[in-house]
Structure formats: C-alpha cells, structure tokens
Design a protein around this ligand. Structure first.
Ligand SMILES: C[S@@+](CC[C@H](N)C(=O)[O-])C[C@H]1O[C@@H](n2cnc3c(N)ncnc32)[C@H](O)[C@@H]1O
Length: 291
C-alpha cells in the first residue's frame, strides 16, 4: 500500500496494557508522568510518529524503540513528540520583573570576568532564554555593563534545542513582544521571519540536559535558576529530587524561580521563600555550614 493510502488507516485504540508500557517507559526516561486524563495525548503523539514510520501496532513500535540498534535515534525523535513544548516570550511577566529588579540591585557584582549566570531549565525552543537575555541586557546597559551576562538553556529535546540555537521565529511568535524589543533586538529575514541579533545570541548557549540526570552534569553554580512549566509534568517526589539538585547548583544568595503552583508546601533548609505572591521563588541562604 502506498504511504498516502496507509496514512488514511486508523490506528487501533491503545489498550490498558500498552498504555502502561508506554507510560512507564516515558516516566523512567524523562520523569514525565502521563495521567489517565492525558492518555489521548500520548496515544495521538505515538500514532502520528507510527504513521510516519508505517507501524500499525504499539507493541512492535515499542520493541523497536526499546531494543533495536536504531531505537536510541528513534527515541530522540519521539521525545520531541511526547513532550509539551509550549512556550512564549516573557511568558510570566511577574517573574521577569522580579529578576530585572534583582539584576538592577546587584549589577555591580557582574562583569565580563564574572558574568551574571542564569540557567533556564526546560527551555524548549528558546523564547525563555532570549527573553532573559534581552531583559538582562537592558538592565545591565543602564549601568554600562551590557555584556556581563550569560544565559544557558537546557532541554531534553534535541529538535527544540536546534530551533532555539537558530534564534529565528515566525512573526506570530514575536507578536506579544513590545515594539521596543522587536525593533531593537530582531532583524527580519528574507523569508519574513525574525532573527535575534548576534549581540543577544552571543550571550546565550544551549545544551541537552535531562533533568533526571542532573547528578551527571557539571555542578556549575548559577546566580539564577529559572525552571517554569516543567516540574508540573512530574510526580511530587521527582519534583523534590530535581529541586534539590537545582539548589545545589545555586550560589549562596542566588535565586531559584519556579512556576506558580508547581510545588506546593515545599521547604528546603537552604532556601528562604520570596515574599511576593505573584511569583514562586526562593533565595539561597548565604551563611551555611558548608560555605
Ligand atoms: C512546557 S515546556 C516549558 C518551556 C519554558 N520553560 C516555558 O515555561 O515557557 C516544557 C519543556 O520541558 C522539556 N522537558 C520535559 N522533560 C524533560 C526532562 N526530563 N529534562 C529536560 N527537559 C525536559 C520539554 O522538552 C519542554 O521543552
């Protein structure tokens, strides 16, 4: 049958056993926990990929992903379909305002040699990283230190990271940005898209990091760790484990910012909650036994 004919075929509904198999695979490799309510998302994402590869049963495709020599490569592509990558520039204005205020207050501490170091964890296609970069640049510019910052974006999805590195966005993605940011930091490409200027890109970098493997990554100490709309996909215990690792990677006095409601009733002995009801953030204590 031709590929076109095949693609019209409806794939069978996923039975409970298959659902559990895929759910567990996804959780063990990424931490993402698919609830019963989100079963249809898992099923339709798998179906889409299976259609492309002409698989018509979940079990055979599962075995390919888990056991075949090319399974690892396939997993890297599949993960892009199984994760929610929704993002936008300045998605949480209150959080950005808070960080801007903090940078303004402590600007004297940052220099080219000791730049302000911000980490965007689960950065998707880069909008969050570039928002942080434009904002940092604006604030530091007021004090004549416009290049004294570095923003690192990490994500599990290689395709998302590749888009992020390009820093090119269709018009609709930048529509919510103020005219000031659009005019100052983007250039229009020949195909009517918008590209971040080199002066912003050069202060950013992107890398693949799975937050389940933070213990295997460099323990660089950051001034700000920005982790929004990622923990929400994990079970509570996993969220706690990840947050504990993030705290270890924060300098004393550094800021950890997570999404509102993503971790209720959580306390860490090294952190002081920020008393601002519009954000969920913590400052790392300065006087700790081990420092
Ligand atoms: C909804 S997006 C959030 C993007 C951005 N932080 C924001 O708030 O706009 C979630 C991102 O987390 C990434 N992600 C999911 N599981 C991950 C994991 N185990 N390690 C690292 N990133 C992960 C996804 O690929 C996706 O890009």
């Amino acid at each position: 049958m031709s590929a076109a004919g095949w693609s019209l075929k409806t794939l069978p509904t996923m039975d409970e056993q298959q659902f559990l198999l895929w759910r567990d695979l996804l959780e063990s490799r990424t931490g993402i926990f698919v609830t019963e309510q989100r079963k249809s998302f898992l099923q339709s994402s798998l179906m889409q990929r299976m259609r492309e590869l002409s698989y018509d049963d979940y079990q055979t495709y599962y075995e390919f992903v888990v056991n075949a020599p090319l399974g690892k490569i396939e997993w890297a592509k599949l993960i892009d379909r199984l994760t929610v990558q929704e993002t936008r520039f300045f998605r949480d204005p209150a959080a950005f305002e808070y960080i801007a205020e903090l940078i303004n207050q402590y600007h004297g501490q940052y220099s080219k040699k000791n730049p302000l170091d911000i980490w965007s964890v689960g950065c998707s296609t880069g909008e969050e990283v570039y928002s942080l970069a434009m904002m940092a640049k604006e604030v530091l510019l007021r004090h004549g230190e416009n290049d004294a910052f570095i923003i690192t974006g990490t994500d599990i999805s290689v395709p998302a990271l590749n888009k992020a590195r390009q820093g090119i966005f269709p018009k609709r993605r930048i529509e919510t940005l103020s005219e000031h940011y659009k005019n100052k930091y983007f250039s229009q490409t020949d195909d009517d898209q918008f590209e971040l200027l080199a002066e912003i890109k050069r202060n950013t970098c992107f890398a693949q990091v799975n937050v389940l493997q933070l213990d295997k990554t460099a323990s660089t100490q950051r001034h700000v760790i920005y982790c929004q709309n990622l923990l929400i996909y994990f079970r509570r215990q996993r969220r706690e484990e990840i947050l504990n690792h993030l705290v270890d990677r924060l300098i004393p006095g550094g800021l950890l910012l997570i999404g509102m409601g993503e971790m209720l009733d959580w306390h860490h002995p090294d952190l002081i909650p920020v008393e601002d009801k519009s954000i969920t953030a913590y400052i790392k204590r300065v006087n700790q036994k081990n420092n």
